[in-house]
Write a protein that binds this ligand. Structure first.
Ligand SMILES: Cc1ncc(COP(=O)(O)O)c(C=O)c1O
Length: 441
């Protein structure tokens, strides 16, 4: 059984945070059925898991009729069960669904629309089915073009579930240490680097390159979640990645921006998280919100990186980039624009943050508040010290207030909040009222 409350020196495991724990919880018939079916790989939220039956907009409905405001999930970015996606998927499914070996107009239409959201040097797209596949491919492209094999990631990063990507996901490793070709560096926080995060972080990237080199390994890439979500959400000051990217390029490595978490307008100020840092990545990986729940993901890259790779092995993905996925993705991009959801994320995000800062003035439980747009990280503490147990209590009490939330961070003591971008003013107030009930002294 893994520890629910990790020791401070041991990074929290992303899948264990606020998870159902057989040893501590009552096992209902439904939970036992799930355990029988999926065994040890079972990952259920909450000590008393919720059976969900329905969702719409920002709300999820449970089997007992309870309605929960979803402040946890960044996948349904335009809102759960959005009619535009349902309609697009149903129509395309009824017409044609096949692989990318045929010319199908909607696939290229989608890729062109997606590419228009990126800076020009990023102009080739490979569509996959999951963010893990996207990162796996990006890492392979990086190795081929740099002739290196080393990767630098952050201490609590999560980049996916393939064998290769698990090696660069410290937050997944319960017992193993990182392999020789991976160096994990502390997240870009003031606690770790003081006031000059940019310089401190860049220096650590250089030190990691040197460490790899001492091990006889040439660096291939710097792979960073642009919002450092599993590390605890680090967004400010804007631009702090700039020097680190220069450092990796000077060493002959590439910079891969993992946008699976912040991408698709969530940060409000920008469509992509990396844009806040005024850097152009060599590759960007994306997923989760891309199809609003339809499983799709991808890599956008500078063409030379893909050319080098395809000389060797090439890439084909049976379901990646199928016309139904393209239809879902297109509906997401169109709806983000037509409903003004990036602006909504910016405006509501700023309002919520201002209220959170005000609430923090009156709560000894709240430490630092970070985030951008509708992506927040709130440190939960006891006597000024990060407290995982208390964070779980807050999450459980938010559930009582009918609000779904999650945890992140090295100690598992950061509340991670990511409501759908269609959130309304009334829903924001519902959240703030519930949050006040839970955290005010
Ligand atoms: C930052 C980040 N990258 C990659 C992934 C992997 O994506 P997927 O679960 O679609 O394989 C995740 C999933 O949580 C993620 O948070």
């Amino acid at each position: 059984m893994t520890e629910l409350y990790p020791k401070p020196d041991k990074p929290a495991q992303i899948l264990d945070m606020n998870a159902f724990d057989q040893a501590r919880s009552k096992v209902s018939h439904a939970v036992q059925r799930r355990l029988n079916n999926v065994g040890a790989s079972s990952v259920l939220f909450y000590r008393q898991p919720i059976e969900m039956v329905f969702a719409k907009g920002a709300w999820m409905t449970a089997a007992d009729g309870s309605e929960y405001l979803d402040f946890y999930n960044n996948v349904p970015c335009i809102g759960h069960c959005h009619p535009a996606v349902i309609e697009a998927v149903a129509q395309q499914m009824a017409k044609l669904n096949t692989n990318t070996r045929y010319l199908v107009n909607i696939v290229d239409e989608y890729i062109e629309k997606l590419k228009a959201t990126f800076p020009a040097p990023l102009s080739n797209v490979v569509l996959t089915c999951s963010g893990s596949e996207a990162n796996d491919l990006a890492m392979r492209l990086a190795c081929k073009s740099t002739r290196g094999s080393g990767f630098i990631v952050t201490e609590c990063a999560y980049h996916g579930n393939t064998a290769y990507v698990t090696q660069v996901s410290p937050s997944s490793l319960k017992n193993d240490t990182l392999p020789n070709h991976v160096v994990a560096i502390p997240a870009p926080s003031t606690q770790n680097y003081g006031a000059d995060i940019e310089q401190g972080f860049a220096n650590r990237v250089q030190a990691a390159i040197d460490e790899l080199s001492q091990r006889g390994i040439k660096v291939a890439g710097l792979l960073l979640d642009s919002i450092f979500s599993s590390d605890g959400v680090f967004t400010h000051p804007n631009g702090f990645l700039h020097s680190a990217v220069e450092v990796i390029r000077r060493a002959g490595g590439v910079y891969i921006a993992d946008e699976v978490q912040p991408g698709f307008a969530r940060t409000g100020t920008h469509f992509w998280g990396f844009s806040a840092h005024a850097v152009v990545p060599d590759m960007v990986t994306m997923g989760k919100p891309m199809g609003n729940g339809f499983p799709m993901a991808g890599v956008i890259t500078k063409p030379y990186l893909l050319e080098a790779f395809c000389e060797d092995v090439g890439y084909f993905n049976t379901f990646g980039g199928n016309p139904v996925a393209a239809a879902a993705g297109l509906a997401v991009l169109n709806t983000l624009a037509s409903e003004g959801l990036q602006e909504n994320a910016r405006v509501l995000g700023n309002q919520i943050k201002a209220h959170l800062l005000d609430i923090a003035e009156h709560s000894s439980m709240i430490g630092e508040i970070r985030g951008s747009g509708l992506f927040f990280g709130i440190d939960i503490q006891a006597q000024g010290v990060p407290d995982a147990e208390r964070t779980i209590q807050v999450i459980d009490r938010l559930r009582e207030q009918k609000i779904l939330a999650g945890a992140a961070g090295k100690q598992g003591a950061t509340l991670k909040l990511r409501p759908p971008l269609c959130l309304t003013q009334a829903e924001a107030e519902f959240f703030l009222d519930g949050f006040r009930q839970v955290v005010l002294d």
